[in-house]
Design a protein around this ligand. Sequence first.
Ligand code: NAI
Length: 300
Amino acid sequence: MTISFKDKVAIVTGAGGGLGKAYALELARRGAKVVVNDLGGARDGTGTSDAAAMVVEEIKAAGGEAMANGGSVTEYDQMVEMVAKTKEAWGGVHVLINNAGILRDKSFAKMDMPDFNLVLQVHIMGSANCTKAVWDLMREQAYGRILMTTSSTGLYGNFGQANYGAAKLGLAGLTKTLHLEGAKYNVRVNSIAPVAGTRMTEDIFPEGLFDQFTPENVVPAALYLVSEDAPTNMIIGAGGGGYHAAYVTMTPGVALRQDERTVEGFAAAWDKIIDRSGETVPQSGGEQSIAVMKALQALG
Ligand code: NAI
């Protein structure tokens, strides 16, 4: 079965190059009308260019429909304006891929707080701004597919990326609450953790791997996660032709008796607390609390 985006309107942020461009081209090829957002800056977020307009030209040359938007995801008003213009031109917004991103890598010891802040602004506030700008519209339409871009750094850590890691795990957290709030309105929210050879990773990839990890290898996962039959609340890793899911799990842990609730009692229970057998994946904070309450009730 072909997965089509005909009659769908999609916004892809940071789509002037790299992964976002690959998503935009394939969405358009599959029939979507695509807003190519990108302010066209350098990898560290400085400067501007007409990167978005060039991708739009490429889409149009291939027979697709697209419009460029040069707004910055950090500016909420610009994102509201982008959504309003899209609605005016094409009647709605069905897909949002929050992809725009920058890097300001340094070990935490050497990192300046403005660099920490800017990375949070672009990734966290940028994604929140765009999502907020489409949220009411998607609820009214009773249709929305939103993809956040997390990262292995956010999920597992990476030396020199404290700012980026904090931001990227934050986006997985944003996914988990928005999926709950969107469910009633057929708004599904997922996260992707891509790995791809782009300008962002050109000096990070081991020699020889850059060309194997093309953005095109990430496209199938990203587009499935914003398709009509998309799941919701998933974190999917994609890179180089490998695809997997990442989960936030909870061990069964222990319920300690009143007299055991001391630092020493906790230390004695440590092995059981971290034992992963019987681990579950709570679907909300509430589910986690219920699991704890049940264990306490069983204690009597
Ligand atoms: P890229 O640097 O080619 O693409 C990022 C795009 O975002 C650029 O075109 C840039 O101009 C745009 N952008 C930056 N700030 C913006 C702003 N304020 N407003 C609008 N656009 C802005 O890098 P790549 O690799 O394609 O990254 C895409 C996303 O994937 C990013 O969120 C990145 O953090 C994430 N990612 C990439 C990985 C990789 O292996 N390439 C690994 C994990 C996550």
